[in-house]
Ligand binder design. Structure first.
Ligand SMILES: [Zn+2]
Length: 618
């Protein structure tokens, strides 16, 4: 007892570490410690102008200063590139740094690692440090931490490890998370109330937010105790938004009240629990990670219903800043909501069987199927030799946000069966859609095909081949119709959105522009030149084609930009409706946020022009 009292005295004079070591055996609790991190700098959630952003930032920094909170802020540099505001936003980022916040990298465009190829992700990482590095260099500092957007780590341990060694060479460490107080979700209710000038509601949401944060901390403390038998040094995830700005003072006071002291991220990461051996889980939510490793499941609390339930709808209604409509659709932390609240997902439906391979597609169907829905079919990229439909889900989002039915198609790759198998499969998938349109409320007069790279090629060729092409001959027919004549379904494509796809396959299998992926697709077959011509979209240019939109970087070294130019010149000549969008200075994909925002604005306008958007989607 005396020893306890003595220790208490020492604790009060601030020699906690010595004492807590001595006390562990007597199960007296260690001091509670938490490192604070803030994501999506300079602005998480709906975008607004630089003046309001400056006020928001000042308020956060005032609370950081008042409570002496060491903070690491993770930057998405794409958010700096707002027309007319870039300089002001860079100055705001500088204000964070001048206010004592250590800046980290959160990728350029808030890219998720689950759906992006590693090389694109690494490019986005590198683009994401340009301004930050320059700002820090002037102060003799460097960037030390990286936080995965959406807390998505690599889909496999190998991918994650190769990313981590890539960034380690550049002096970076990963910043995990243990406590997420879901401000990114609660923000939606808060911003909505603010837009409506409903200060009562803003107050109520703030109160609920602080209550929820307290409950979440209690839950995480308990979970850590259950997992390790002792408290751990926590890492809190917040976001740079007005909910944080208006409540950080209250949040810090609540935490101090609960016995927390604020530590740096560096100090937190010294806790040996962060080295705990684990089974791999593709998430930077470390509590979830540890629980998974120990075969346990956590059931964290959720914000109250009046905040949580309207969240998905609010996301869609949110008034975007001018010109950033698609940025909202693609923006931070919104992607999980389209699918779960408003969609039925029917994964891995077999649409055909070929070469002993069941070919699958995923259906994303709007819950509201009272009338047939416009339907997007997506073919993934990967040079016909690589890729998988699951890694492409990111590209579905803009269409899910329009409320369309979306179909994500897999097809045979070269290592299973060489050309023309992929084309046959995509044609069969289109026929399957036609056969099953009624069953799933798909509008066969509004089928749009899209894909990137080889997927761009497959959308072009699938939409451009004439009816009853030889490549359809292996497609399954409707039940029993195989034995009769005249049962060809009338497949109909309403538009094609081609992201830097191959338009002239023959050019890529031999000669100066030959590419290995194209050679691989044809292998050693003897008639490959003739077949390549038959598989080239440019061979089928004629009047009466569906409208074709192409988006292509003029520095593309994988699919030559000139292929897009030639296709569109031919389409013009034939009088076929078309549009070519050239992304200056861009290579093969890996486009930045602004490129995507601009491209999707063009896509929307293109769909509108061709009467493919419903009235409420315009
Ligand atoms: Zn983020």
């Amino acid at each position: 007892m005396r020893r306890k009292l003595l220790c208490l005295a020492i604790l009060i004079v601030g020699l906690a570490p010595i004492c807590s070591v001595g006390l562990q055996a007597q199960t007296v609790t260690q001091p509670k410690e938490v490192a604070v991190t803030i994501d999506d700098l300079p602005l998480n959630g709906p975008q607004f102008d630089a003046g309001r952003l400056r006020a928001m930032t000042d308020k956060i920094l005032a609370a950081v200063n008042k409570h002496q909170i060491p903070v690491v802020g993770f930057v998405n540099e794409s958010l700096l590139h707002v027309s007319g505001e870039t300089e002001a936003r860079i100055m705001i980022l500088k204000a964070w740094s001048d206010g004592g916040v250590e800046l980290g990298n959160h990728t350029f465009s808030h890219l998720g690692l689950k759906d992006a190829p590693l090389n694109e992700y690494q490019d986005d990482f590198l683009r994401g440090e340009v301004v930050t590095r320059w700002l820090l260099k002037q102060k003799g500092q460097r960037i030390r931490y990286f936080r995965h957007p959406f807390l998505q780590m690599g889909p496999t341990r190998e991918i994650e490890q190769s990313f981590e060694s890539f960034i380690a060479e550049r002096g970076y460490k990963i910043a995990p998370v243990t406590v997420d107080v879901m401000d990114w979700m609660i923000l939606s209710a808060y911003a909505g109330a603010r837009t409506q000038g409903d200060s009562e509601m803003m107050k109520r949401v703030s109160e609920e937010y602080l209550k929820f944060a307290e409950r979440k901390f209690e839950f995480c403390e308990q979970a850590a105790n259950d997992l390790f038998g002792h408290p751990i040094k926590h890492i809190l995830l917040l976001h740079a938004n007005e909910l944080t700005a208006d409540n950080l003072d209250g949040l810090a006071a609540m935490l101090k009240n609960k016995g927390y002291r604020f530590i740096t991220l560096e100090q937190a990461l010294k806790d040996p629990v962060y080295q705990a051996p684990d089974k791999y889980l593709a998430s930077s939510d470390w509590l979830g990670h540890w629980a998974f490793s120990k075969g346990k499941k956590l059931a964290p609390p959720m914000p109250p219903d009046f905040i949580r339930k309207p969240y998905p709808d609010n996301q869609k209604k949110a008034t975007p800043a001018p010109g950033s409509e698609q940025a909202q659709a693609l923006g931070p932390d919104k992607w999980p909501d389209y699918a779960s609240a408003d969609y039925d997902i029917l994964p891995n439906i077999t649409y055909s069987v070929a070469n002993n391979t069941e070919l699958k597609l995923d259906l994303y169907l709007p819950k509201n199927r009272s009338a047939p829905n416009p339907t997007l079919m997506l073919f993934h990229g990967g040079g016909w030799v690589d890729g998988q439909k699951e890694r492409n889900v990111f590209q579905l989002l803009p269409y899910l946000s329009l409320g369309w039915a979306v179909i994500n198609v897999e097809y045979r790759l070269a290592r299973n069966t060489p050309a023309p198998a992929a084309v046959e499969d995509c044609r069969c998938a289109l026929r399957w859609v036609t056969y099953h349109a009624k069953e799933y409320s798909l509008d066969t007069s509004k089928i749009v095909l899209t894909g990137t790279s080889a997927g761009g090629h497959l959308s072009l060729i699938t939409g451009m081949l004439p009816a009853q092409s030889v490549f359809d001959r292996q497609c399954p027919t409707d039940s029993g119709t195989r034995w009769r004549e005249g049962t060809e379904p009338k497949t109909n494509v309403a538009a094609i959105i081609n992201w830097y796809g191959i338009t002239d396959v023959a050019e890529l299998i031999d000669g100066p522009n030959a590419k290995h992926y194209a050679m691989e697709w044809f292998g050693s077959m003897s008639n490959r030149e003739e077949l390549a011509r038959q598989l080239s979209p440019i061979s089928y240019v004629r009047a009466g084609l569906p409208p074709i939109l192409t988006i292509h970087g003029d520095q593309d070294d994988i699919v030559p930009y000139n292929q897009a130019v030639r296709l569109h010149a031919a389409l013009d000549k034939a009088g076929a409706p078309n549009q070519l969008v050239t992304l200056r200075g861009r290579k093969h994909g890996g486009f930045n946020r602004q490129d995507l925002v601009n491209s999707y604005a063009v896509i929307r306008e293109f769909l509108r022009k061709h009467n493919l958007l419903n009235a409420e989607q315009r």
